[in-house]
Design a protein around this ligand. Structure first.
Ligand code: FAD
Length: 381
């Protein structure tokens, strides 16, 4: 299908495709096996100005939109979702500053993120607070010119590698979600360190670590918005970035479909190509239809956001949920098309299935997306 990309978008995609084919494809399996963070590739992407895409022009960005960020993320995820996750999580970390930061904060942090000189991350989740954000136990207590942070964030993407973190902590534990506040915390801040690095099922080249705050001294001017706005900062951020997870999931599904078609046209059983069997053709047809449906939804929601729409939580939750369910189904079916070979590490589809699973979990599980969608629906009608 033609999604009518403009010349600039086609040019950017050509650059991304070249990086994906020349730099990512040859090393993706090794990075996955060794759980190695893809610094070299991220630097290549920065050189190609891909970190500037979503940052506004006054802060040395390219001033492009949610749609453009989505198509870049999708293109990388076709080849490696671990690298696409590191790239997308950078936007997740930067978005609170873009949405709610002061002019001073934007001028200080966004150019460094745009150039790729510094990577960003987003710290919300804790061991006891996943879907239930109100359960956050990390505290931030005002002390003169600083906030003193104490607590541990768990499973933070780009943890340890990023220099700039948007962190949600409680400034008023009695008020639950309404007592949460958002802060910019820099690597190197006194009392801020990194804990356990996770050994994961998929997206293994992305870093997932604990952020540990032990009387961490964060300057008071690093608060994002005002005290008590942390929940809103987090939710408005997710509204924007969930289309990115949708795009990432879409890329994984597209990559798996392509591999399945290629394989079906090579593998011979019963003296004929397996692509001649209707059972295989039907699977491929279903996979392709789901991919196209996910693409239409992700692309239209991203475009809708770029029109300046005010409320799109329902739509971005739909895009994330639908595309990630498609990614899981399509990658599982891709292994089926490969048969036993699909289960082996000699072919990329087993990695794609492992990678797809996380898209149903992070930035809110798909059960939580359904709650968001239902909540909006019931309010709208
Ligand atoms: C690899 C990885 C990277 C991550 N990166 C980040 C990051 O960069 N920053 C960050 O802050 N977090 C990150 N996370 C955390 C992620 O967002 C959470 O794991 C996710 O929100 C779910 O929380 P949980 O794992 O605690 O599951 P739980 O909330 O414990 O949920 C367990 C199960 O119960 C279901 N459930 C929970 N509540 C309800 C409900 N009300 N109704 C119906 N079902 C419900 C869930 O859908 C799920 O199936 C990451 C996680 C992983 C695994």
């Amino acid at each position: 299908m033609d999604y009518f990309l403009n010349e600039e978008q086609k040019m950017i995609l050509k650059v991304v495709k070249d990086i994906a084919q020349d730099k990512i494809l040859p090393v993706r399996q090794e990075l996955d096996e060794k759980e190695e963070f893809p610094w070299e590739i991220l630097r290549e992407m920065a050189k190609a100005d891909l970190f500037r895409i979503f940052i506004p022009e006054p802060y040395e960005g390219a001033g492009m939109g949610n749609f453009d960020l989505c198509i870049v993320t999708e293109e990388i995820a076709k080849v490696c979702a671990g690298i696409a996750t590191s790239y997308a999580a950078n936007a997740l970390g930067a978005e609170p500053i873009m949405l709610f930061g002061t002019e001073e904060q934007k001028r200080k942090y966004l150019p460094q993120i745009a150039s790729g000189e510094k990577l960003a991350g987003f710290g919300l989740t804790e061991s006891g607070a996943g879907s239930d954000v109100a359960g956050i136990k990390t505290t931030a207590v005002k002390d003169g010119d600083n906030y003193i942070l104490n607590g541990t964030k768990q499973w933070i993407t780009n943890g340890g590698e990023a220099e700039i973190y948007s962190v949600i902590a409680s400034t008023n534990p009695k008020r639950g979600a309404r007592g949460l506040s958002a802060f910019i915390v820099e690597k190197g801040t006194e009392g801020f360190s990194f804990g356990k690095k996770e050994n994961k099922l998929g997206i293994r080249s992305s870093a997932t670590r604990e952020l540990v705050f032990a009387n961490a001294k964060v300057p008071k001017e690093n608060i994002i918005g005002k005290e008590g706005m942390g929940f809103i900062v987090a939710m408005r951020t997710f509204d924007l970035t969930r289309t990115g997870v949708g795009a990432l999931a879409l890329g994984i599904a597209e990559g798996a479909l392509e591999e399945a078609i290629k394989y079906a046209k090579e593998r011979i059983q019963f003296g004929q190509l397996i692509s001649s069997f209707q059972a295989i053709q039907i699977m491929l047809a279903d996979m392709a239809t789901q991919v196209e449906a996910a693409k239409s939804l992700v692309y239209s929601v991203a475009h809708y956001i770029d029109t300046g729409a005010k409320n799109y939580s329902k739509e971005s939750a739909m895009a994330k949920m639908f595309a990630s369910d498609v990614a899981m189904k399509v990658t599982t079916d891709a292994i089926q098309v490969f048969g036993g070979y699909g289960y082996m590490k000699d072919y990329p589809v087993e990695k794609m299935m492992r990678d797809a699973k996380i898209t149903q979990i992070y930035e809110g599980t798909n059960q939580i997306q359904r709650l968001v969608i239902a909540n909006r629906l019931l309010k709208e009608f």
